[in-house]
Design a protein around this ligand. Structure first.
Ligand SMILES: [Zn+2]
Length: 186
């Protein structure tokens, strides 16, 4: 079973000590600890993108008592940059698209090469746009004699050696009409 984990988490994106116009009312310390957080959406704990605004928390650096000061909080929220790692998945998306495009182009190139120089064992993934419903099936080259190429239908439903012989010019017509989806070679 595949479980898809996603949700929101909060990352601390800054910790700073500040003594800006402050004296703790409990311990009289002048130091405050400011932490800035950013909520982000994650998939499998990998950050996807930030959600909502940054929020700062201020506590006394010595006695830890919380402190509310809108001015200082806003100052730190505004000056803290959202780190790029909170966009990890977003950055990966173009990479995935690029990879898929590359694989498709590789397949298309192999198909062109294998079509130009067929070999026994080549597997043709075919498309048959039948009665409004496209049917896919595979054929494997079993013999080549001059321009005649013999194929065996590679479908479990037709296990009993259904064979076709095509001439090279027939195959070119099939290719040009988009009936040959892909050619694989082991
Ligand atoms: Zn204090």
């Amino acid at each position: 079973m595949f479980i898809f984990f996603y949700g929101k988490r909060r990352a601390r994106i800054k910790t700073a000590i500040s003594s800006y116009e402050h004296t703790c009312e409990y311990c009289k310390s002048n130091d405050m600890r400011v932490k800035v957080y950013q909520t982000y959406f994650h998939i499998f704990w990998i950050p996807f993108f930030p959600v909502g605004s940054k929020d700062a928390e201020i506590k006394c650096a010595k006695c830890n008592s919380p402190k509310w000061n809108d001015f200082i909080m806003k100052k730190y929220e505004a000056s803290t940059r959202t780190p790029f790692y909170l966009y990890t998945w977003m950055l990966l998306i173009p990479l995935f698209i690029g990879l898929i495009a590359y694989i498709c182009e590789q397949n298309a190139q192999h198909t062109r090469e294998y079509f130009a120089k067929p070999q026994v064992g080549d597997l043709y993934e075919m498309k048959n746009p039948g009665n409004g419903r496209i049917v896919y099936f595979n054929m494997k080259i079993t013999a080549i004699k001059n321009d005649s190429i013999r194929f065996r239908l590679e479908e479990a439903a037709f296990a009993d050696n259904v064979e076709y012989i095509f001439q090279a010019h027939d195959l070119r017509k099939m290719r040009d009409s988009g009936l040959i989806v892909q050619i694989d070679r082991e």
